[in-house]
Design a protein around this ligand. Sequence first.
Ligand code: MN3
Length: 204
Amino acid sequence: MPKLPYDLADLAPALSKDVVDLHYNYHHKTYVNNLNLAMEQLQAAIDKDDLRAVISLQPVIRFNAGSHINHSLYWENLAPASGLGGKLPLPGSPLYERVVKDWGSFERLIDYFTKRTAGIRGSGWGWLVMDRVTKALDYVETHDQDGIFMVPDEVPLLALDAWEHAYYLDYKNARGAYMKNIWKVVNWNVVETRYMKAAAHVIS
Ligand code: MN3
C-alpha cells in the first residue's frame, strides 16, 4: 500500500474522513490483498507448468493489479484544500500553457471532465492523459479497474475514481456533486510533474 500523503480527514469537506478511510483502508487494501494472493497462485501455477491455471488467473490479476495502480495514482493526485488542493498551475507554467492550447482554459477542461466522468456508465475511471506522440492532453475513460497503462501511447496525468465506493457515503447517488467537489482537492502540482516527466520522454 502506498502511504497517503495526507491524513484521512484532510480532504474534508470534499471527501469526508469516513469515505477516505473506507476507500483506502478497506477497498484499496482488499484489492492489494487479492492481488498478492493471485500472484502467489500464479507463481505456484508457473512452478507446476500449469498453463490452464496461469490463464485462468489473468482476469483476477488484471482487475486487482489495475485497481492498485489506479488507486495509487488517485491518492497521489489529491491534496487538502488547505494546502495544494485545487490550486491551478500559474500562467506561463508548462501545464498551464498546454491546457490553454488544447482546451482554451482550465474552466473548460474541468467542466468537460466533470460531465464526462459523472456520466460514466457503471464503474470506471476518468483520466486526463497526455498522448506520447503529440504531447496533446485528452480525456479518456476506462471501465472497471482497467487503467491507462492498457491504452497505447497514453500517459496518465490525473486519475478520477468514478466508482460508487469513492463517494457514496458522502454524496449518495449524486456522482455529479462528487465530481464537482473533487476539483477542490486535485493536486495540480502532481499533475504538472507527471506532465513534465511524460513530455520529456516523448517519442519522436
Ligand atoms: Mn476506488
